[in-house]
Ligand binder design. Structure first.
Ligand code: FAD
Ligand code: SF4
Ligand code: SF4
Length: 480
């Protein structure tokens, strides 16, 4: 089945088949079908094997994309898997949920007029083939090094670090306040983008690798950071950002107005078979309701599409700018539109109406003004153009900030930026506390899975350097 490369002139781009909107509105299964081996090889063969591969340059993990595309085109799948997994803890997850249009694929330089190589779909195919053939093994160390590390947070940042450090022979302990591993991969991102068994399958591999998971343990509440520092040679903080941004407007205290992550977490838990009282009593269930989601990012897109699947009577999305200026991925906006979501661009809520429970949102019509210092167009209200949208469930998806970690961890010396994210030394990944490192959203602010993986990997290497130097220091002193 070996295919020659540079086939972009002959073979058209083909993205994976997408289930029809009518079918996908009724379940939480992923919407894209996987490539079959022939499709994957043919699509991979479109790559022109650039000398300077801009796809790799714009992948936060610097994945060796041209090599694994060539191996896939040649049907050498086990080798393709080795290359794809060498730089990425979760290639099958990135292949599904990276915004490829802004990263690797958006920078694929196939000659003008030809569509980019479908890198993400091939990456997913490589790893699914590896799982099907039992080539994916737990990350095993060559030997144990007798030292332990503590990792706070089992999201992609913490897990990428855990894998890297386990391979180096560390006794790795991961602490998380949730009952399942994955962070936002398990409780934030809905199944129609990332089916939960994909995340749970990795958890099993990490456990088989001997990584210890201490679940339902909130650091700062159940155990102190000081205790973790005493237990381990180094500690990584990868706790993400969870404080929902809020808005104050008349009526914002009415029942029926909920934060996005509460809503998505409940839906994900229901999908995993958990019992969620706030879902069962209807508070976090959109079924039969007129739903209004406020916001224009990926979290808002996940909320509108979840509400559709829960059987909402109508789903509207209010966003203060226009479609071209939306922060959310265009692919997800298109998917939401296909599934029946109504977007009301250039609109901002000014009041929530109702007696005890919300019944409607009154919104102001907005227009775009001149660009500000950042180059982004300002938005201003159109006077006298307010309108009302019926709503019995309003979901606020306005973004996230970090919680006050120095206070939560009772560590006033833990330095933070003016946005509340943890401050680290960019080269050593160390916080203001010696031996305490940080990675992922808690350092960057709300970002992407692929960046959390990259940070986790780099922070792990920095922790290894730190521990090795700490070990060497007394020996060097004794030798003097
Ligand atoms: P998280 O994934 O947030 O994990 C942090 C972990 O730390 C959690 O498990 C939490 O329980 C734990 N924790 C927090 N505090 C404590 C404590 N005190 N003690 C113990 N444990 C603690 N990115 C993409 O690339 N593609 C997408 O399609 C995408 N969709 C998204 C959809 C939604 C709804 C959201 C909210 C985000 C989305 N993102 C997406 C962003 C992405 O999920 C995050 O950037 C990424 O998960 C950050 O990883 P992290 O490891 O830093 O933190
Ligand atoms: Fe593209 Fe993300 Fe894969 Fe990198 S990790 S190659 S950005 S899909
Ligand atoms: Fe292949 Fe596109 Fe990467 Fe060039 S930029 S190596 S054509 S995938």
């Amino acid at each position: 089945m070996a295919e020659r490369m540079l086939q972009f002139v002959r073979v058209a781009q083909r993205t994976p088949d997408k289930r029809a909107a009518t079918a996908r509105r009724t379940d939480f299964n992923e919407i894209y079908a996987p490539f079959d081996p022939k499709q994957a090889a043919t699509q991979a063969s479109r790559c022109s094997q650039c000398g300077v591969p801009f796809c790799s340059v714009h992948c936060p993990l610097s994945n060796n994309i041209p090599d694994w595309l060539k191996l896939t085109a040649e049907g050498r799948m086990e080798e393709a898997y080795e290359v794809a997994s060498a730089t990425n803890t979760f290639p099958e997850i990135c292949g599904r949920i990276c915004p490829q249009d802004r990263l690797c694929e958006g920078n694929c330089v196939i000659e003008k007029g030809f569509e980019s190589v479908t890198i993400g779909a091939v990456e997913r195919h490589i790893v699914e083939t590896a799982f099907a053939n039992d080539w994916v093994k737990p990350p095993a160390p060559r030997s144990e090094n007798g030292m332990s590390v503590g990792i706070v947070g089992a999201g992609p940042g913490g897990l990428a670090a855990a894998e890297w450090l386990r391979r180096k022979g560390y006794d790795v302990h991961v602490y998380d306040r949730y009952d399942r591993v994955g962070g936002l991969l398990i409780y934030g991102i809905p199944g129609f983008k990332l089916e939960k068994q994909v995340v749970l399958r990795r958890w099993k591999l990490f456990e088989d690798a001997g990584i210890h998971f201490h679940m339902n343990v909130a650091v700062g509440r159940d155990i102190g950071l000081a205790e973790l520092r005493a237990r381990h040679s180094a500690v990584l903080i990868a706790t993400g950002v969870y404080k929902a941004r809020d808005m104050s407007a008349p009526g914002s205290g009415l029942a029926g107005i909920v934060p996005a992550l509460d809503y998505l977490t409940a839906s994900n838990r229901i999908g995993l078979g958990d019992s969620v009282p706030a879902y069962t009593d209807g508070t976090l269930d959109a079924s039969g309701k007129d739903v209004v989601v406020i916001g224009g990012g990926d979290t808002a897109m996940d909320c509108v599409r979840t509400a559709v699947r829960q059987g909402a009577a109508s789903v509207s999305c209010l966003y203060r700018r226009d479609k071209a200026n939306m922060p959310g991925s265009m692919r997800e906006v298109a998917n939401a539109e296909e599934e029946g979501v109504r977007f009301i661009w250039l609109s901002a809520p000014e009041a929530f109406l109702g007696d005890e429970h919300v019944t409607a949102v009154r919104a102001a019509k907005m227009r775009l003004g001149l660009a500000d210092a950042s180059g982004r167009q300002s938005v201003e209200e159109v006077p006298g153009a307010s309108f009302t949208v019926k709503a019995d469930l309003v979901i606020k998806a306005l973004g996230f900030d970090p919680e006050d970690l120095p206070r939560a961890f009772n560590e006033p010396e833990l330095a933070v930026s003016r946005w509340g994210t943890l401050s680290i030394d960019r080269r050593s990944f160390m916080t203001a506390l010696p031996g305490v490192f940080a990675a992922g959203d808690i350092v960057r602010g709300a970002s992407l899975v692929v960046w959390a993986i990259r940070d986790g990997r780099d922070a792990a290497a920095a922790m290894h350097r730190y521990i090795t130097n700490q070990q060497a220091a007394p020996l060097a002193a004794a030798a003097e």
